[in-house]
Design a protein around this ligand. Structure first.
Ligand code: PMP
Length: 394
């Protein structure tokens, strides 16, 4: 039977990681996979995470099953971090999931349970996993224009025109901050216009919030999500703790369903717990406990936030350095968008041939669509990349 299986194309980004590892050239630079790295190329465990784990080791007395939808402390801590003062516990359903990916998957399953004819509007481009998960599920997709390749910024008029075609029962998938793969984001004024369109059409937003704290700050990066939450009766939010807590392999995420009333919240909560039960039963505990330990302790939380700010500041400085180098080398400001983008990624706007040239001639690896991971750089490799970009003719 298993011989009937069709070969699956390997995930492009994971395949790129393999190619990088196999490259024996000295000084090779990995700007591929979306993992934060410090100046030495290491993905560290954050101080507060280590301290939380130490406390857990000292105090935990059982490994028995915990909550099917996650622990209340984790749910409340995350919902408050995401929604701020706008968090309304009595109308917000929450589900601990297997990473942000699990939250997206469960959000889509939930939406399809509510509407079997679900259509999801997705930005062009988007995180490729959005597309492949929906293809796998057989969920209909409508792509909306998002990125203007000429200016490397959001083509907001096109986006508005395209999402205006959404209808009641459709879901519009939005990146809460630090758009992956482009790095180009909506302003708060634009978020307000999106809210207006969603109000008019009756479509429901699904906000993918995978990088809160990596863009303009923990509060700032949630501003668009909070604005949407304050305006619309129903909102789905799929958040990941992989990046901002640096706990990628612990698989920690949360799905929030903001509901118009307590009765709807109870319905959503029940359906969400059911979805966990049918998929993997109990969600991972360890990462969620790390997060709730940090968020629930003022000193730990302050230390975590300070380290997160250092991470964010480091990436911003690398962006500015790269934009500066490119300004000097090109004698133009056409690469200034790199300093305006936010988060770990920027889409350079290079052709596949130019991306291949940077890999073959300069041992610089980025994703084929020219998404580069800023955190893969350091002050020494920024000038190397800048030269490669110019010599590849970008
Ligand atoms: N959404 C986006 C846009 C992402 O980039 C990622 C991570 N690459 C995720 C969701 C999910 O992250 P994870 O499942 O690792 O928590």
């Amino acid at each position: 039977m298993l011989g009937n299986l069709k070969p699956q194309a390997p995930d492009k980004i994971l395949a790129l990681m393999g190619e990088f590892r196999a490259d024996s050239r000295q000084g090779k630079i990995d700007l591929g996979v979306g993992v934060y790295k410090d100046a030495t190329g290491h993905t560290p465990i954050m101080r507060a995470v280590l301290e939380a784990e130490k406390r857990m080791l000292e105090t935990e007395t059982t490994k028995s099953y915990a909550g099917l939808a996650g622990e209340p402390d984790f749910q409340k801590g995350m919902a408050s971090m995401i929604l701020g003062a706008g968090y309304k516990a009595d109308t917000t359903a929450a589900l601990a999931t297997v990473g942000g990916t699990g939250a997206i998957r469960q959000a889509l399953e939930l939406a399809r349970m509510a509407n079997p004819d679900l259509r999801v509007f997705v930005s062009d481009p988007t995180w490729p996993n959005h597309i492949t998960i929906m293809n796998f599920m057989g969920v209909a997709q409508v792509s909306y224009r998002y990125f203007d390749n000429a200016s490397r910024s959001v083509d907001f008029d096109a986006m508005k025109a395209d999402i205006s075609a959404a209808k009641k029962g459709d879901v519009v998938l939005l990146h809460g901050c630090c758009h992956n793969p482009t790095g180009a984001n909506l302003t708060l004024e634009q978020w307000a216009e999106v809210a207006q369109i969603l109000e008019t059409t009756g479509a429901i937003p699904l906000i993918d919030l995978a990088y809160q704290g990596f863009g303009d700050g923990l509060e700032e990066d949630a501003a668009g999500t909070r604005l949407i939450a304050s305006r619309l009766p129903e909102v789905l939010i799929a958040a990941s703790c992989s990046k901002n807590f640096g706990i990628y392999r612990e698989r920690t995420g949360i799905l929030l369903a903001l509901c118009p009333d307590a009765a709807t919240k109870d319905l959503a909560q029940g359906a969400m717990a059911y979805l966990n039960r049918q998929t993997y039963s109990f969600p991972p505990f360890h990462g969620a406990k790390i997060v709730s330990t940090i968020l629930g302790d003022d000193a730990l939380r302050a230390d975590w936030q300070a380290e997160l700010e250092d991470v964010r500041g480091g990436m911003l400085r690398l962006r500015e350095q790269l934009a500066r180098e490119l300004r000097d080398l090109s004698g133009s400001d056409r690469f200034d968008f790199i300093a305006q983008h936010r988060g770990m990624f920027s889409r350079l706007g290079a052709t596949p041939e130019q991306v291949a040239k940077m890999r073959d001639q300069f041992a610089i690896y980025m994703v084929g669509d020219s998404r580069l991971n800023i955190a893969g750089l350091n002050d020494q490799t920024v000038p190397v990349l800048a030269r490669a970009i110019i010599e590849a003719g970008v």
